[in-house]
Design a protein around this ligand. Structure first.
Ligand code: 4AZ
Length: 345
């Protein structure tokens, strides 16, 4: 068995020679390597997020009086692409002046975990309307890829086959205003749990009266109180998968009538709806599922429609995270032992 372990260590080392274990995103997404158990909390009505809690969230910042100011949120969907909202950039003429900060929770005290990138390319949806907020989605290509680690991970973008409305554990996060009135930005990333609200309800009288498009998702609470707000646009609405510990990026924070008001929940751009647009714009390919990965995994039983593969839309890097590697190895251990014994595998 010692020999076996030694062999496994050698195999691991051979996989990632340059930077050790933490240099790639490994084709995984939606995972929180810090292993959080979410404590129920309530951006308005939220609580401070712990470092690494939402490792795909980024702050998009503009220069301001010698420093920088947070303008919008975004989510890493590949090491070099950020998904965000179109409205963030209607006035941003000089993308070279903007920066993207990944791996941070405290914006005023960026720790050693933070990775700062410039923007090489900005792709705003060609049919974005600032009047109706239709197609409020944009992509940012970073000047160079981020390195995935405990604080920086990719979000999983669902394709049309994920039944988003069935997901119940959904969360918002952002550095936007913490109170509906005060404005400004939070310095510490805020998080809150929200419920998805049926689009028919959200479009009904007393609510948004027809302003919600088929490519929107409403999330929040009928009574208000907990919501995204100014400065949260572009950031993630994520929901935990029903049967695993990873999260789907189901929405991009878009708009709302005020913040945290009753029957005026947050309105999000459905990422599922724009899945093909994202692939077409970025040139990313849907990741191929490897057979050895225990979770997240593509599962299919005769009674069940196959669930979408929860892999980031990005190019796969050859090195999975250490936790992922350990899980992969443990799963493959029996197979490996059979191989060593000369049995058929
Ligand atoms: C904004 O301006 C914004 N209450 C984001 C979300 C909501 C309202 C405004 C939803 O960034």
């Amino acid at each position: 068995m010692d020999l076996l372990l030694l062999l496994l260590v050698v195999l691991l080392a051979a996989c990632c020679p340059a930077h050790g274990a933490w240099d790639g995103c490994g084709g995984s997404c939606g995972l929180r390597p810090m292993g959080f158990r979410y404590s129920k909390s309530r951006v308005v009505g939220g609580t401070d997020a712990l470092p690494g809690a939402w490792p795909w969230v980024v702050s998009i910042e503009a220069p301001l009086e010698g420093g920088t100011a947070h303008i919008c949120g975004g989510s890493l969907i590949s090491p070099q692409w950020v998904l965000t909202s179109a409205q963030c950039f209607i006035e941003a003429r000089y993308i070279t002046a903007l920066r993207v900060v990944a791996g941070a929770t405290h914006l005023t005290q960026l720790g050693p975990e933070a990775q700062v990138r410039s923007i090489k390319r900005m792709l705003v949806h060609q049919h974005y309307s600032s009047v109706t907020q239709r197609n409020d989605i944009a992509l940012l290509e970073l000047d160079r890829p981020v390195q995935c680690n405990s604080y920086v991970q990719l979000a999983c973008v669902p394709d049309a086959s994920l039944r988003v409305s069935e997901l119940t554990a959904c969360y918002i996060s952002g550095w936007g205003a913490r109170t509906a009135r005060a404005g400004g930005s939070a310095y510490v990333l805020q998080e809150a749990q929200v419920r998805l609200i049926d689009t028919r309800v959200c479009n009904s009288s007393g609510w948004y009266r027809g302003a919600i498009h088929s490519h929107n998702i409403c999330a929040g609470y009928p009574q208000g109180g907990i919501d995204t707000c100014q400065g949260d646009s572009g950031g993630p609405l994520v929901c935990q998968d029903k049967s695993a510990d990873y999260f789907w990026l189901v929405g991009v924070t878009s708009w709302g009538m005020g913040c945290a008001r009753a029957r005026k929940p947050g309105v999000y751009t459905s990422t599922q709806h724009f899945y093909d647009w994202i692939l077409a714009q970025t040139g990313l390919r849907p990741a191929v599922t490897t057979t050895a990965r225990p979770q997240p995994a593509f599962t299919s039983t005769p009674a069940q429609r196959p669930r979408p593969t929860p892999t980031a839309a990005g190019r796969l890097t050859p090195c999975p995270s250490p936790a992922q590697k350990l899980r992969d190895l443990l799963t493959r251990l029996p197979e490996f032992v059979r191989f060593l014994r000369g049995e058929k595998v």
